[in-house]
Design a protein around this ligand. Structure first.
Ligand code: ZN
Length: 110
């Protein structure tokens, strides 16, 4: 819940810079490994948006894949899970570079 409150704060700060009558759609980028349940995000969004400019807005959740970079051959790749192994050279000398993010991708309003 507190996570969604943080997101909601950012949305409100963002739209307060513009003359927004009503928010129509909010798109979130949620990393596959962020341990966030899309269903609970949607639920929290609905509760928090009640009586605000976001009421009735559609929440779109884009899941982003687990992404790694190989420290041996410098290739970037996506993975279904751990351990991260480079599909190019097979090395496990890799670093995770994406997949745990939680960010606002876009806000559509009128
Ligand atoms: Zn590699």
């Amino acid at each position: 819940m507190s996570l969604m409150m943080q997101i909601f704060d950012i949305i409100n700060q963002t739209i307060s810079d513009y003359k927004v009558k009503k928010v129509k759609r909010v798109t979130l980028k949620v990393g596959k490994m962020s341990n966030v349940m899309p269903d609970s995000l949607s639920f929290c969004f609905e509760v928090l948006s009640e009586g605000t400019k976001c009421e009735g807005a559609e929440l779109v959740i884009q899941e982003t894949p687990l992404t790694g970079r190989c420290l041996d051959c410098q290739k970037e790749f996506t993975s279904e899970g751990f351990p991260l192994a480079c599909p190019n050279c097979g090395s496990r000398n890799t670093r995770m570079i994406g997949g745990t993010e939680l960010a606002i991708e876009s806000i559509e309003a009128e």
